[in-house]
Structures are given as structure tokens and as C-alpha cells.
Design a protein around this ligand. Structure first.
Ligand SMILES: Cc1cc2nc3c(=O)[nH]c(=O)nc-3n(C[C@H](O)[C@H](O)[C@H](O)COP(=O)(O)O)c2cc1C
Length: 326
């Protein structure tokens, strides 16, 4: 850190160096929310924008890939769900020359080959130590250690103890922390835990470029971490065959309140599932999920994602200086 106490020094880490970016911040590849505009905005702000390729709906993805390549010249990438994405879609995505591909939830081995063969950095999100070992075996260049505070789907570990355990296991491979990080203090904490940066989802839903509907963004502004709950009712009702080990965290609503702890009953109730799907299609938030992590408390505005990226980095820098007694 320089004469200014480090206030303006960039937060350079093994992750920023490996990806050629300015700030140790990655946008979580949020399905239906992190499109090309949001990814490009985070990349233009100095982070790594990742499109939420999810299970690989090609029509959606091709549109968003055109948007990201048209809007930014900085590094960007795409994330897929390891348990369900089609290798052919990953190969087609590689034709757009992403600077990184991220795989989450499930064994990455089947999808990793085309990515590493193309020389594209492979990021793998892990939720326990076995998955971390599997990711390293698959040739991951970056691991994301995700704690259960995260919005959306995830495993059972908590961010605070899980991140340093994964960092110890990964050795020279950079690790990003994910789950509950929504401001500069959280990013600073991630770096103090031995992470080389943070992967942030929930916070970026409330930005100008996010594809989240306005009523979802309002719910995030109004909500707190205590309003979130993890469960499988939404996946069961929408017929999404997520492995049961990855429940999803979302803002509680009428539907999740009604079915919490009664997932088996819901699985057998076709009328209730049909009712859900009809309301989901209308975007009715009494049923449809607002996936959200425990960092929801910290969302108080809807900035541009580029500004937010710069702010997170500057605030993290200031928090580290403060913590060091500067
Ligand atoms: C709305 C939303 C959608 C998500 N969709 C995906 C996804 O499609 N693929 C994925 O790997 N992770 C997804 N995640 C999880 C993120 O990768 C990440 O672990 C999480 O957002 C980090 O925690 P945070 O939300 O507290 O920042 C999603 C998260 C949210 C909030």
C-alpha cells in the first residue's frame, strides 16, 4: 500500500492477474437475471461479468452472447449448471470466445474438457470439500467456495469457515468467496479469509442492467436476510429436477410459506403444481421466487452495475485500511 494508506491502490490478486481484470469481483452467472447487458456492465466496471447460461437455453443464450460481445471489449464469461447443461451448448458458447466458463452444482468433469481444451479459464463453484477436490481434478483454474448464505441454489457450508478451508485445499489455485457478500466490507472479509476475490449475485440483481423485473428489485430493496428461506418447494412445483442436495434460498412468499416442510406432499399434488406454474408464468411474486441471499439487508439502491463494481472495490479497500488501523 502507498503513501495514501492504500486508499487508491488496486486490489490486485491472483484472480485479477489470471483474468486480466481490475477488481477482484465476479458477477454470479444468475439464470434469467445476468444477461449480456449486466455481464458487460460489470466487465466495463473492472470486474468479470458472467452471463447466467444455466441449463443452456440456446435461443436465450445466443441473444445475450451477441449483447455482451457487442458491448464490452473487456474479459467476460458464461456460467452453466454442471448437472444439466448440454456439452454441445458449451461448445457453441466457446465459439464466442469467452474469457472464462464457470460450472456449478454437480460433477464438472463432463463439461470441463471442451473448456480446458480451448484454453479458456475454467471456474468451478463448489459447496463442499469433496466438490473442491473434484474441481481441482477437472482442471479448474479458479474455485468459487459458496456458502449457504447465497441466493439461489447451494449446499450446506457457511461462507466464513468454508472459504479458508477451500483456500487451504486449493493451494496456488485462486479461490473466490460467494454467499452473503453484498458490500465492500464483505469483499474485504473475503480477501482476509484468503480468497482472491468475491463472486456476487444477489446484490447485482438490484442494478440498472439486471433482467430482474421491477417488482423483484423492489422486494430486494424492502427485504432483509431474515426474509429469506432455503427450500425445494419451488423446484418441485416448477418441475425443475435439481439434485435435492442443492436447495434454493429465496424471499419467503405465500407459496413457500404454505409448503415449507411439506415437499413430499407437494410432489404428489398435481393441482398445486399446476396452480404454481400458472402463477409463475404471470410473474406473480406470491408464488414466483425472488432468489435472494442473506446479504439482502445491504441492498438500498439500484445503481448501474459498473458503478457498483467500482464502489464495492473502493469500499473494500477502505474497509481493509480501517481494519489495519489506517
Ligand atoms: C437470482 C439468482 C440466480 C442464480 N442462478 C445461478 C445459476 O444459474 N448458476 C449458478 O451457478 N449460480 C446461480 N446462482 C448462485 C450464484 O452463483 C452465487 O453462488 C450466489 O449468488 C452468491 O451468493 P449471493 O447471492 O449472496 O451473492 C444464482 C443466484 C441468484 C441470486
Amino acid at each position: 500500500m502507498g503513501d495514501d494508506g492504500g486508499m487508491t491502490a488496486p486490489l490486485r490478486t491472483a484472480f485479477t492477474t489470471a483474468l486480466g481484470i481490475e477488481h477482484p469481483i465476479a458477477l454470479a452467472p444468475m439464470g434469467n437475471c445476468a444477461g449480456g447487458a449486466l455481464a458487460a456492465a460489470v466487465s466495463d466496471g473492472g470486474g468479470l461479468g458472467l452471463i447466467g447460461g444455466a441449463r443452456g437455453d440456446w435461443d436465450w443464450l445466443a441473444r445475450e452472447l451477441d449483447i455482451v460481445t457487442g458491448r464490452t471489449t473487456r474479459p467476460w464469461g458464461v456460467g452453466f449448471l454442471a448437472w444439466s447443461a448440454d456439452p454441445a451448448i458449451v461448445r457453441r458458447t466457446l465459439e464466442y470466445r469467452p474469457h472464462a466458463v464457470m460450472l456449478s452444482f454437480g460433477n464438472p468433469a463432463a463439461l470441463a474438457g471442451p473448456v480446458t481444451d480451448a484454453g479458456v479459464p475454467l471456474i468451478v463453484q463448489v459447496t463442499d470439500l469433496d466438490e473442491a477436490r473434484q474441481a481441482l481434478d477437472a482442471g479448474a483454474d479458479v474455485l468459487v467456495a459458496q456458502g449457504s448464505e447465497a441466493g439461489g441454489h447451494g449446499g450446506a457450508r457457511s461462507t466464513l469457515p468454508f472459504v479458508p478451508a477451500v483456500a487451504d485445499l486449493a493451494g496456488p489455485v485462486p479461490v473466490l468467496a460467494a454467499g452473503g457478500i453484498a458490500d465492500g466490507r464483505g469483499l474485504a472479509a473475503a480477501l482476509a479469509l484468503g480468497a482472491a476475490g468475491a463472486l456476487i449475485g444477489t446484490r447485482f440483481q438490484a442494478t440498472q442492467e439486471s433482467l430482474a423485473a421491477p417488482d423483484m428489485v423492489k422486494a430486494l430493496l424492502d427485504g432483509t436476510g431474515e426474509d429469506t428461506e432455503r427450500g425445494r418447494a419451488i423446484d418441485i412445483a416448477r418441475g425443475a429436477p435439481w439434485p435435492p442436495r442443492y436447495p434454493g434460498r429465496a424471499l419467503r412468499n405465500d407459496f413457500t410459506r404454505r409448503w415449507a416442510g411439506r415437499e413430499d406432499e407437494l410432489a404428489a399434488d398435481e393441482a398445486a403444481q399446476a396452480e404454481f406454474r400458472e402463477a409463475f408464468a404471470r410473474g406473480d411474486l406470491r408464488y414466483a421466487p425472488v432468489w435472494a441471499g442473506e446479504g439482502t439487508d445491504l441492498i438500498t439502491d439500484v445503481p448501474s452495475a459498473a458503478d457498483l463494481t467500482g464502489r464495492l472495490a473502493a469500499d473494500a479497500r477502505a474497509a481493509l485500511v480501517r481494519a489495519a488501523g489506517g
